[in-house]
Design a protein around this ligand. Structure first.
Ligand code: PLP
Length: 233
């Protein structure tokens, strides 16, 4: 008998319920919003428990931790890289992750392209471009005005499937600040869609403190850590 870790299933259901409410308020379908469970500093047991509760998509922000967790983690889970990626970790990242959400430079994009070419002639990888929409200096991600030239330069990198954009909301507790940042990401996506012709369907935005606002502003993927696994991450 496995007593399970109390709270995780319940927390996942609660978050999903709140996503549904926010989607309804915005006239959207909750099915268009995926829940990515963020596992930084989370034990293997807690990850297993989330998987047993039906959670399939997980996010890690460090390659080092991913190297330990993913190969021994639940079979059938989908893992996304959500933290800053250094080019010297690209080799591992390309093997471990189904998507790199934190693409933040042409240099990194070229390193990923090169690695994928090395891995095999049909090897491709979905990526999201991370944009710093709050202007906070401590944040990773490119500036909004850097997006069009980056996408243009990435046009020749045929192994990268650019699926959309990602952002980390502002630290501010003022919901208007969060809303502005998320609306900006959506507008940047809409503009980039027109200029590139790519679908750019994915908007990864919203964390434990601000995911309902993100869903109202068009998020297609919320990345939730502490509201599922507890603690301050
Ligand atoms: C930690 C982290 C999250 C989850 O944050 P919570 O506030 O715990 O929900 C989401 N995205 C990124 C990039 C993170 O580093």
């Amino acid at each position: 008998m496995n007593p399970g870790l109390p709270g995780i299933g319940e927390a996942i259901r609660e978050v999903r319920g709140r996503v549904e409410e926010a989607a309804r308020r915005a006239g959207r379908s909750a099915e268009d919003v995926r829940l990515c469970a963020v596992t930084k500093n989370v034990s293997p047991e807690a990850i297993e428990e989330a998987f047993r509760e039906g959670q399939r998509l997980f996010g890690e922000n460090r390659v080092q931790e991913a190297r330990r967790k993913i190969p021994s983690g639940p079979v059938g889970a989908e893992w996304h890289m959500i933290g800053h990626l250094q080019t010297n970790k690209v080799r591992d990242a390309v093997r471990l992750f189904a998507c790199i959400q934190s693409l933040d430079s042409l240099h990194l994009a070229e390193a990923i392209q090169k690695r994928l070419e090395f891995e095999g002639k049909d090897r491709t990888l979905p990526v999201l471009v991370e944009v710093n929409c709050s202007g906070e200096e401590t944040k990773y991600g490119i500036r909004p005005d850097e997006l069009p030239p980056l996408l243009e330069s990435m046009g020749g990198l045929d192994r990268l499937e650019i699926r959309g954009l990602m952002t980390v909301g502002p630290l501010s507790v003022d919901p208007d600040d969060s809303r502005r940042a998320f609306a900006l990401l959506r507008e940047l996506r809409d503009e980039a869609r027109r200029s590139t012709g790519l679908p750019l369907q994915e908007l990864s935005m919203g964390m434990s403190a601000d995911f309902e606002i993100a869903v109202e502003e068009g998020s297609t993927m919320v990345r939730i850590g502490s509201a599922i696994f507890g603690g301050r991450m």
